[in-house]
Design a binder for this molecule. Structure first.
Ligand code: R5P
Length: 317
């Protein structure tokens, strides 16, 4: 595997070494030797231990928890590569953290997603490759080419294998996710329901109303992020209270912070399917109703196409 104008190098930060290794296998490459470690005071130190002069370099790093550490690693790796004369640097960020802070939610509040986009650009990235951005328009926060991939083809393949499609209902857990859910419903030719969710306080969610007749259906909740798990657990309860037969969820990014994994395990959700955009903790791996789908092949293919300057969007035709 080689780039159109030079060799491909894959450099991994510490956020998701398992995914980085799998992407390397998909591409038939080895990860570039690099040391990304901490000084005694916690500062990040990076050493790229191979020549990258003139190379088309892809840094694989989700800005997942600890978000600030992983973001800093990404920035410093980018700086190291730029100073080492890499020809082109692509930040491959399967989970783009800070994405939920994409607008001013009140007076004197930041737009952190834009700040993070600026930081990545100013560190020296030439391109960004990411997956299921919380809001598509965050792409516009970057003034460098940004490809936003979708996990939906991976999910659709799994749904076709796991379910009888004739009795499925796709459900958006909130009004903001309708476009995403509708897209998936169309792909599997299923009807769509929507949950009107009202969030009274940050970190809490409350289900108010199910729009659509879900009685007797196997429901599949679709969302980009599961964080505390509150949205999903409340949505599952609301759907079952409205007569749904059973409830599953397909969510791209398993943030699963705090007691989320235990909350999901103790819920009435039959199964939560997430991707490996964020490396699963031991608790997630052990959870009886959480399953992880890999997006390594999708990202590997997108990297190969970027390197050979072929269409990335046609992956989703
Ligand atoms: C909200 O806009 C997102 O799409 C998710 O629904 C939300 O981030 C999930 O958060 P939690 O799991 O904490 O309810």
């Amino acid at each position: 595997m080689s780039a159109k104008n030079g060799s491909i190098k894959l450099v991994a930060g510490n956020s998701n070494p398992a995914l980085a290794q799998q992407i390397a296998s998909v591409l038939g490459l080895s990860l570039t030797k690099a040391s990304v470690r901490r000084f005694a005071d916690g500062e990040v130190f990076v050493e790229i231990q191979e020549n990258v002069r003139g190379a088309d370099v892809f840094i694989i790093q989700s800005t997942s928890a600890p978000a600030n550490d992983h973001l800093m690693e990404l920035l410093i790796i980018t700086d190291a590569l730029r100073r080492a004369s890499a020809r082109r640097i692509t930040a491959v960020v399967p989970y783009f953290g800070y994405a939920r802070q994409d607008r001013k939610v009140g007076s004197r509040s930041p737009i952190s997603a834009k700040l993070v986009a600026n930081l990545i650009t100013n560190a020296g990235a030439d391109r960004v490759l990411t997956l299921d951005l919380h809001a598509g328009q965050i792409q516009g926060f970057f003034d460098i080419p940004t490809d936003n991939l979708y996990a939906s083809p991976v999910m659709v393949r799994d749904i076709r294998e796991q379910f009888d499609l004739t009795n499925l209902m796709v459900v958006s857990p909130d009004v903001g996710g309708v476009v995403r859910a509708r897209g998936l419903a169309k792909r599997i030719n299923a009807p769509l329901a929507i949950i009107d969710k009202r969030r009274e306080r940050a970190g809490e969610s409350e289900v108010m109303n199910v729009i659509g007749d879900v009685a007797g259906f196997t429901c599949i909740l679709i969302d980009d992020i599961v964080d505390s798990g509150g949205t999903l657990v409340n949505a599952a309860d609301a759907l079952l209270a409205n007569g749904a037969k059973e409830v599953y969820a397909y969510i791209t990014h398993g943030v699963l912070s705090g007691g989320a994994t235990a909350r999901i395990t103790g819920s009435r959700l039959k199964e939560l399917v997430i991707t490996d955009s964020i490396q699963a903790t031991e608790a997630i791996t052990a959870a009886k109703n959480i399953r992880v789908l890999s997006i390594a092949t999708l990202i590997g293919e997108a990297i190969a196409r970027t390197a050979s300057e072929e269409s990335v969007s046609s992956l989703f035709d």
